[in-house]
Design a protein around this ligand. Structure first.
Ligand SMILES: [Zn+2]
Length: 230
């Protein structure tokens, strides 16, 4: 089942490697089916070199494997929580990419310092609180998903498709598997730029709201005019 979705998820996982965002078997991408009853996710601990689209695992919304010969990614329950709360999200990616993970480890959100950020993320990319001892001991992966949802209370996950999980790393999402990966790639570049910008000017502030609006809205929403009309 979901052969097309498996191909998309496989390709998106490979894209993470091609873009230099994952080492070894780190990182994972999933996508949800149209009825939002199942997700297709990367298998746990299988080498990217040996992986095929057939190895993608189909899991129901309770985390039970429905199809696939491997166990699903150990982060599956984090992905499921994101799909349950962020109902417009169709795909999720998770990496330990260097710069975004460094901000996660430093417990620091990434404020918009320039238009590269503003083009894709409409405001600060937030960092979650630390998980409590109980949340680490019991249902760790589920609680990782929950703390992302909690961080987005009062925020628009459609306009800021990324979150830094404190002491861990970034999760991003999108309309499809490739877009979720695209957001991981852009996030990593923005994190790198932010790091350098803060080195050059430690007092750096967010960009002007007008400029943030201008850049985000020319690419997203009803008044977008960037690129070609389809
Ligand atoms: Zn991780």
């Amino acid at each position: 089942m979901f052969e097309q979705l498996k191909k998309e998820v496989y390709k998106a996982n490979i894209e993470l490697v091609k873009k230099g965002l994952v080492l070894y078997t780190w990182g994972n991408v999933s996508a949800i089916d149209e009825e939002r009853k199942y997700i297709v996710i990367k298998p746990s601990g299988v080498d990217y070199d040996e992986m095929t689209s057939e190895d993608m695992v189909v899991v129901d919304m309770d985390g039970n494997v429905v199809e696939g010969k491997y166990r699903p990614s150990s982060d599956t329950k984090s992905h499921l929580e994101i799909y349950k709360a962020f109902i417009n999200t169709h795909a999720v990616a998770h990496t330990h990419s260097t710069y975004a993970t460094s901000y996660s480890q430093a417990a620091k959100g990434i404020i918009p310092m320039g238009t590269t950020h503003a083009d894709y993320f409409y405001g600060e990319i937030p960092c979650t609180r630390a998980l409590l001892s109980d949340e680490i001991k019991n249902d760790y992966e589920l609680n990782t998903g929950k703390v992302i949802i909690e961080t987005f209370l009062g925020k628009d996950y459609n306009a800021i498709p990324a979150c830094l999980v404190r002491n861990h790393g970034p999760f991003t999402w999108g309309d499809n598997a490739m877009e979720a990966v695209f957001h991981s790639v852009v996030l990593e570049e923005i994190a790198k730029m932010a790091f350098i910008t803060e080195k050059v000017n430690k007092d750096i502030q967010s960009i002007n709201k007008l400029l943030l609006d201008k850049h985000f809205k020319r690419k997203h929403g009803q008044s977008a005019y960037y690129g070609q009309t389809k």
